[in-house]
Design a protein. Structure first.
Length: 303
């Protein structure tokens, strides 16, 4: 059994033009040639595609099903053809973007919308990693573009041959729930006081790089959660204390659901960045890096 795309295209043309004769005119063929091609398709499938018993040939139920599914196949084939041609002209088939969990996905929505306006054939695939897991994803080739890592980027730049560009700042604050024991403790909180209470930490998602920790004290009990969003929820529930990015808790602080506590540690500022591998840059990656260069993220409370 063989179904070729020409036969499916012929079915669609007949339905669009309304008759065999009209389709023949459109193709500059004799009506007999159209009839012969349809007969071959029916014999190949061993089904009747058109009911010719009436004044005008009509699609049988099997013919209608073939036309419906055939249209989908033709559309997919057309899309595939366009994608292959686009890739040949420099567009990537897929661009893999890894977000550090400090950057909520909703921040990327306007960037995606701007990219969509290009009508690029490149598919976007977003993933989320934590701490050195973002850098490992880029370095290992699991991602083409990294957005928002808050690590010391310089330790990776020389070793991995990356382009790294800063595009904002993030402020981390020490926060607790109103019913947490530290909520009413005298400020600034000292390390020995903080150490007495369980910290909530986000687990580094690195597979091979050395895992990193952030804001933990030696000997402190720890509850490890999968991402910053989970860390916020855990601290809202009073399950522990710890440093959180201001942009993720702004509303909770305004509503009194989280309290910011001063500590003996200096305020923790973090540089946000985007990074990509040197030497491999298609049109989609080129657009994203140039677009992000115009963006400035400021994850800090207003002065």
């Amino acid at each position: 059994m063989t179904i070729n795309l020409d036969s499916l295209a012929l079915l669609e043309l007949i339905e669009a033009r309304g008759s065999f004769a009209a389709a023949a005119v459109a193709l500059n063929k004799a009506p007999s040639a159209i009839t012969y091609q349809l007969r071959q398709l029916e014999e190949s499938l061993d089904v009747l595609i058109y009911d010719r018993s009436g004044h005008k040939a009509k699609l049988t139920p099997a013919g209608k099903a073939l036309l419906e599914e055939g249209r989908k196949l033709l559309e997919s084939t057309d899309a595939l053809t366009k994608r292959v041609k686009a890739v040949a002209s420099g567009w990537e088939a897929e661009l893999r973007i890894v977000l550090d969990s400090v950057v909520p996905f909703e921040k990327a929505i306007p960037w995606i919308q701007a990219f969509d306006a290009l009508e690029s054939p490149t598919r976007l695939r977003f993933s989320s990693e934590v701490l050195s897991g973002t850098w490992e994803a880029l370095y290992s080739g699991r991602a083409d573009l990294l957005i928002g890592s808050r690590l010391d980027q310089n330790q990776f730049a020389s070793a991995t041959g990356l382009h790294i560009q800063s595009f904002g700042q993030s402020l981390f604050v020490f926060a607790v729930a109103p019913d947490h024991p530290l909520a009413h403790a005298e400020e600034p909180l000292c390390i020995d006081t903080i150490r007495q209470y369980r910290a909530v930490a986000v687990g580094d998602t690195s597979r091979n790089f050395k895992p990193l920790t952030f804001g933990l004290q030696s000997g402190q009990a720890v509850l490890t959660v999968p991402n910053l969003q989970a860390k916020v929820k855990a601290q809202l529930a009073g399950l522990g204390c710890g440093w959180l990015p201001w942009n993720l808790i702004e509303h909770e602080v305004a509503n009194g659901d989280l309290l910011i506590k001063k500590t003996e540690d200096v305020t923790r500022q973090s540089s946000l960045c985007f990074a990509w591998q040197r030497g491999s840059q298609g049109k989609a990656l080129d657009w994203w890096t140039k677009h992000l260069a115009t963006v400035q993220l400021n994850f800090q409370p207003p002065q």
